[in-house]
Design a protein around this ligand. Structure first.
Ligand code: AMP
Length: 440
């Protein structure tokens, strides 16, 4: 078995890995790190949970440190593009951790926070910049940032980028990058449109594929319960009370739906928070922090907001509604059963969702075990407290007109609609957007 010590990574990286207790590289790390250290381009089929962040962060940090250069003013040496703010923050966090014994700086830029401080931070340049595409182009358009010094470029979660409508942004970014560079391209799935996008960025890439989607599904015990839509909140409360839950993610199809679920849970004394595209950045960070620390056991999320959430110990995934895209289901249940552990996924299936259930089973080639409603369901349901009625002006309105798949953070339409009018005048500070690894 390959060990990290066999991979010829620089000593400060070995030290950081030892501090984290990582000894054995995951399959994608073992396959990707050697060619990446040689400077090859890479096309990777891998989803979160496979260790792909370290697969690109470790060799990149090694190469940047091996050829030290001053930070380019108004630029960066490495650019990582991620589809959502959460994922961008987590990737940056990983760079900070793996590079903590090196002297490289890491900055994160994404929409939804004032741009002023980000503009100032770009002035002196950074080594590693992790960005969402919309805000990156905003900074370029404001002449605060140039990509001409990029030595290493990573595009992460390409399939999600396309789902979020970032294709034009990516094509523009491609033209702004220098021709001579190392490029890495990751996607959980590789249909034709994504492979074509990859061709645009990559030159003679090494191809690495790990954990095809169906194998995630095989590790998760999957159940489905038939019920009416109006019964789902009560069913969730009863299941949360009866299952041995460490941490559970509840997936809702809409932002408003996620808020409603939280209200029901809270009314029954169950600590829960929601994260979705309408929550402010501090609200999302607070909810994630509470979930991570165990202060709340239940996090209710929309698909896009949940992408890239890296919280270990999720024992249960509840599909409050089934997604209409089957691959999304596999992403959802992949939030449990990480790193070889097994998990439990329970889907609540209303009549009009039965077709989704069938197409999911076709994709995963696994038949879900049908569970009955809990004993005395209707009598127990009648005993549950009702949540307080919504205040006028609640978040229902902000859901209207937003296409379902574009409900995520960093969604280009949302980002533009919400933030463009403030663009010219907005100056402010986003705390902690640039962190130094070590320090210079
Ligand atoms: P990722 O797929 O990059 O989101 O990583 C999934 C999780 O696995 C993260 O919590 C990483 O910190 C963790 N991880 C990555 N590489 C290793 C490794 N070689 N050994 C143990 N855990 C790892």
């Amino acid at each position: 078995m390959t060990k990290f010590s066999d991979l010829y990574l620089a000593e400060p990286l070995q030290k950081a890995l030892a501090a984290k207790g990582y000894e054995v590289p995951t399959p994608i790390q073992a396959q990707a790190i050697p060619p990446l250290l040689d400077g090859r381009d890479l096309c990777g089929i891998a989803q979160t949970g496979t260790g792909k962040t370290a697969a690109f962060a470790l060799p990149s940090l090694h190469r940047l440190a091996a050829s030290p250069r001053p930070r380019p003013p108004g630029g960066c040496r490495m650019l990582v593009l991620a589809p959502t703010r959460e994922l961008a923050s987590q990737i940056a966090e990983s760079f900070v951790e793996y590079g903590k014994f090196m002297r490289l700086s890491v900055a994160t830029v994404f929409g939804g926070v004032p741009i002023g401080k980000q503009i100032r931070q770009m002035g002196s340049g950074v080594d590693i910049l992790v960005a969402t595409p919309g805000r990156l182009l905003d900074l370029i358009d404001q002449r605060a940032l140039s990509l001409k010094n990029v030595e290493i470029f990573v595009l992460d979660e390409a399939d999600q980028m396309l789902d979020l409508g970032f294709i034009h942004a990516l094509k523009r970014i491609d033209q702004l990058l220098p021709a001579k560079r190392q490029s890495l391209f990751f996607s959980a799935t590789m249909p034709k449109a994504i492979a074509e996008l990859g061709d645009r960025f990559l030159t003679d890439p090494i191809k690495v594929a790990v954990a095809p989607q169906a194998t995630t599904a095989e590790r998760v015990e999957q159940f489905a319960i038939l019920c009416n839509q109006t019964e789902k909140a009560a069913l969730l409360i009863m299941k949360i009370r009866s299952e041995p839950i460490d941490r559970a993610l509840v997936f809702s199809r809409t932002k408003h739906g996620a808020d409603k679920v939280v209200k029901h849970l809270k009314a029954s004394g169950i600590g829960a928070e929601a994260i979705h595209g309408n929550k402010s950045q501090p609200q999302r960070e607070r909810a994630l922090g509470q979930f991570r620390s165990g202060e709340i056991k239940i996090l209710v999320a929309t698909d896009i907001a949940a992408r890239g959430i890296d919280v270990g110990g999720v024992s249960h995934v509840f599909n409050f509604e089934l997604p209409n895209v089957s691959e999304q289901y596999v992403h959802r249940i992949g939030r449990t059963a990480r790193a070889g552990a097994s998990g439990i996924a329970i889907a609540f299936v209303a009549d009009d969702e039965k077709a989704y259930l069938r197409s999911i089973e076709k994709l995963t080639r696994i038949k879900m075990e049908m569970l009955p409603l809990p004993d005395n369901f209707l009598a127990e349901k009648a005993k549950l407290p009702k949540p307080a009625p919504s205040a006028p002006g609640d978040e229902r309105r902000s859901d209207r007109g937003a296409p379902r798949r574009h409900d995520g953070p960093g969604a280009p339409s949302g980002e533009k609609r919400r933030f463009a009018p403030r663009r010219s005048g907005s100056v402010g500070a986003h705390k902690g957007a640039v962190r130094k690894v070590g320090g210079r």
